[in-house]
Design a protein. Structure first.
Length: 229
């Protein structure tokens, strides 16, 4: 029996959120640029109000052969945005005779998110490799602004790992160090953020090579995080 916003045993339930039926990716996502490409990573927990709807969601979405995105916010919104951008980039490749650059993909994501900022709850990280500038990482937070950086973190769990990332980030990371950095950062986010959880999914993109998918359990015994220089 529900009394107000409390169940009979006193556990709080966000009834307004449940009435909307909105599925949230209360989440931890990140992407980094390393020597030979980019690495994207995310947790896998999806929530509906106060409940965990899916423990093993895949928040890493392929847009083209060499461009992927991480999604946070409303699952329906971010999936729709990714589908729209994928459609436009397919048209771009047909019309121009060559694959789109990462910057073009990020710009289209940004345009869709900004134009519909009052109707969307969508935070997107776009990362990939192209023939023009190699590996690139772009962040499009709520509101639809666009920011390029060598690494970026987003989602509800990101607020817990700013210090970790600042301490351990290096511009010259190898692929191995980059994967270790992403794993440890997401493990910390899952540890402290109640809306993040499940497994850690990762994709590595390198120029001219097929994407490499990885999956890790957050309680695995990882090696020590990379040392700062």
């Amino acid at each position: 029996m529900v009394t107000g916003n409390l169940t009979a045993d006193g556990i709080h339930v966000d009834m307004e959120h449940l009435k909307k039926g909105e599925v949230n990716l209360g989440t931890s996502i990140m992407a980094i640029q390393f020597e030979g490409g980019v690495i994207l990573g995310a947790d896998s927990r999806t929530t509906t109000g106060a409940y965990i709807a899916n423990r093993v969601t895949d928040k890493l979405t392929q847009i083209t052969d060499s461009i992927w995105c991480c999604r946070s916010g409303s699952a329906a919104d971010t999936q729709a945005v990714a589908d729209i951008v994928r459609y436009h980039l397919n048209l771009y490749e047909i019309q121009n005779g060559h694959p789109p650059s990462v910057a073009v993909a990020a710009s289209i994501f940004q345009e869709v998110c900004y134009t519909n900022k009052d109707a969307l709850t969508a935070g997107i990280i776009v990362a990939g490799v192209d023939r023009h500038a190699g590996g690139q990482v772009y962040n499009i937070p709520l509101g639809g602004s666009l920011h390029r950086s060598k690494y970026t973190i987003s989602g509800s769990g990101s607020s817990y790992i700013y210090g970790f990332c600042d301490s351990y980030w290096r511009d010259d990371m190898s692929e191995e160090d980059g994967m270790k950095f992403v794993k440890e950062a997401l493990r910390e986010a899952i540890k402290w953020d109640g809306s993040s959880g499940g497994v850690i999914r990762m994709v590595v993109l390198k120029k001219g090579l097929a994407p490499e998918r990885h999956l890790f359990l957050p309680d695995e015994n990882y090696a020590d995080p990379p040392k700062t220089v």
